[in-house]
Design a binder for this molecule. Structure first.
Ligand SMILES: Nc1nc2c(ncn2[C@@H]2O[C@H](COP(=O)(O)OP(=O)(O)O)[C@@H](O)[C@H]2O)c(=O)[nH]1
Ligand SMILES: [Mg+2]
Length: 309
């Protein structure tokens, strides 16, 4: 098996070869590395990564595949106590995705060990009708003795049919984990065109790449208050012009994002332009605008329009 490199020439019906195909739901506390692992399994960047909680807002379907298998990962938003319309929607999404999947992959953070947050999630998963695998991630941060202790603690959660130590960031242990996950999938035709890497639209992915740069550079309430919309993508002779609007909730957040002398928005723009160029494969001119839209997180219509279900 190979990690997503060998694409069949066939379309998504996969031509009568005995294929395995199915869905794996990703569970785990915020920040344990679910999005990093998703990117590692798929072999390209489909989910943004930061050290801020609630980085992932939309349940992206990421597609990993080889010639005779296709594994669709659902990168779930981190479960939190519902507080506003946004977190409530995220929580409901988690519950329905797990029941519809063929297996569940729970990720824990080896550096922090198994804690109450993991036990909370394990309790939610205990009744699931699908096999549960635990990945103990970030083992690059701890020594062997500590890794063994965390593997034992993960086993003691009592929900996993198997447990894998991995470093999603370095790619260590990812191949055997992937091989095992594929073995859990039923035989059946592919769900996605094998060339597809996720179910996001191009503009949704580009908006996420801009938001990632904001997340990397901001703190406290600002990351949660930011949303990004792509207003326009134009192409002329392999050169792209992308117009993005960064939404915040208050004037002071807008001030933070622009920064003194416009330095912050410039850094965000440079980082985002590079990421977008990597994605589009051509020169990009990125026009960024920061706009205040009060209470967008509580506005169901805005959430609908942004695709946050
Ligand atoms: N050292 C180390 N850091 C990691 C690893 N995987 C993820 N991270 C970092 O952990 C943070 C959260 O990762 P992310 O994938 O966004 O976590 P998520 O919230 O579970 O999706 C980011 O800063 C990642 O770079 C890993 O294997 N090793
Ligand atoms: Mg994530």
């Amino acid at each position: 098996m190979s990690g997503g490199a060998d694409l069949p020439v066939a379309g998504h019906e996969s031509d009568g070869i005995a294929t395995r195909s199915g869905f794996i739901a990703l569970a785990g506390r915020p920040n344990v590395g679910k999005s990093t692992l998703t990117n590692a399994l798929v072999g390209s960047k489909v989910a943004i990564v930061s050290d801020k909680p609630q980085t992932t807002r939309r349940a992206i379907r990421a597609v990993a595949g080889g010639p005779d298998w296709q594994l669709v990962l659902v990168d779930l938003p981190g479960v939190q106590r519902p507080r506003d319309a946004l977190t409530e929607r995220m929580q409901r999404r988690v519950e329905s995705e797990v029941d519809e999947a063929d297996g569940c992959l729970m990720v824990v953070n080896a550096e922090q060990g198994v804690g109450p947050g993991d036990r909370f999630i394990a309790a939610q998963l205990r009744g699931a009708r699908v096999p549960i695998v635990i990945a103990v991630n970030k083992v690059d941060r701890i020594d062997r003795a500590r890794t063994a202790a965390v593997l034992k603690a993960a086993d003691d959660l009592g929900i996993a049919e198997s447990i894998f130590p991995i470093s999603a960031r370095r790619g260590e242990g990812v191949a055997p984990l992937l091989e095992h996950l594929v073995s859990l999938l039923p035989r059946g035709p592919f769900y996605f065109d094998p060339r597809q890497r996720s179910d996001q639209t191009e503009s949704a992915l580009l908006a996420e790449l801009v938001r990632e740069q904001v997340l990397i550079r901001t703190r406290e309430e600002v990351p949660h208050a930011v949303e990004v919309e792509i207003a326009e993508i134009e192409e002329h002779d392999g050169r792209f012009r992308v117009e993005a609007v960064v939404l915040v909730e208050t004037e002071s957040q807008k001030g933070i994002l622009i920064g003194s002398g416009g330095r912050m928005i410039k850094a965000i723009g440079t980082g985002a332009r590079r990421a977008i160029e990597r994605e589009l494969g051509g020169h990009v001119h990125l026009a960024l605008q920061v706009r205040v839209r009060r209470h967008w997180r509580a506005d169901e219509r805005v959430l609908d329009r942004l695709g946050i279900e």
